[in-house]
Design a protein around this ligand. Sequence first.
Ligand SMILES: Nc1ncnc2c1ncn2[C@@H]1O[C@H](COP(=O)(O)OP(=O)(O)OP(=O)(O)O)[C@@H](O)[C@H]1O
Ligand SMILES: Nc1nc2c(ncn2[C@@H]2O[C@H](COP(=O)(O)O)[C@@H](O)[C@H]2O)c(=O)[nH]1
Length: 220
Amino acid sequence: MMIANPALQTPPRRRGLMLILSSPSGAGKTTLTRLLLQNRDVDLTLSVSVTTRARRSSEADGIHYHFISRDRFETMRDRGELLEHAEVHGNYYGTPRGPVDEVLSNGRDVLFDIDYQGTQQVRAKAPEDVVTIFILPPSIHELRSRLERRAEDAPETIAARLRASRNEITRWTTYDYVLVNDDLQRTFRDVLAILTAERLRRVRQEAATAAFVSQLLSER
Ligand SMILES: Nc1ncnc2c1ncn2[C@@H]1O[C@H](COP(=O)(O)OP(=O)(O)OP(=O)(O)O)[C@@H](O)[C@H]1O
Ligand SMILES: Nc1nc2c(ncn2[C@@H]2O[C@H](COP(=O)(O)O)[C@@H](O)[C@H]2O)c(=O)[nH]1
């Protein structure tokens, strides 16, 4: 007769991971993020950054970003409330530490849309728990078209972001995965495949698998 071990009835959850998407402006991070969050099976929590940049007409405070002043940003940074922070395209951006810690400590995964500077900082703090994906545009011509079609930024902002894209693109070698976002649905499927495989890595399943194996070996 098998005697149920109550400890095995609620197997430990695996470690939460941090999935980071980076790209030059306009390559498609926000669009991919939206697809990931809309999919109920994906179970990711978005890290909502703080930024000093002006809100776009399509954005809502607290959903896409927390829009804050430079003074408030500097206070958060100086108090150590940011997991990472960087100046990007002339504005400050940062990841509030508290919400990320809370999600991870519940064994759930966090999605980040941050630049290469922030990615380096997060990786240095938790190398085992970070999965990084760099999204490339199919061409610079298409990148320009996407920024223009999005029509959310002034022409001089688009021009500055395109200039910055050349430096950003050279960072691709520091990422775990690199995807060319030509066909959106295919890129989305590739991101899902990466997430699924990374969730299944032994190091992330160690506690649950150890409990399962001990149950297996206790069978007669
Ligand atoms: N594969 C794709 N094919 C065609 N258009 C796309 C594709 N992916 C995204 N887009 C479009 O390109 C524009 C820019 O995409 P998005 O806003 O997601 O870029 P982003 O990388 O988040 O940019 P930013 O860093 O400036 O926020 C949007 O209008 C989006 O609809
Ligand atoms: N290091 C960080 N980079 C961030 C963060 N939030 C966003 N970003 C990056 O900034 C640029 C511009 O974003 P946009 O919304 O103004 O177009 C883009 O590369 C984002 O990935 C953050 O918290 N930290």
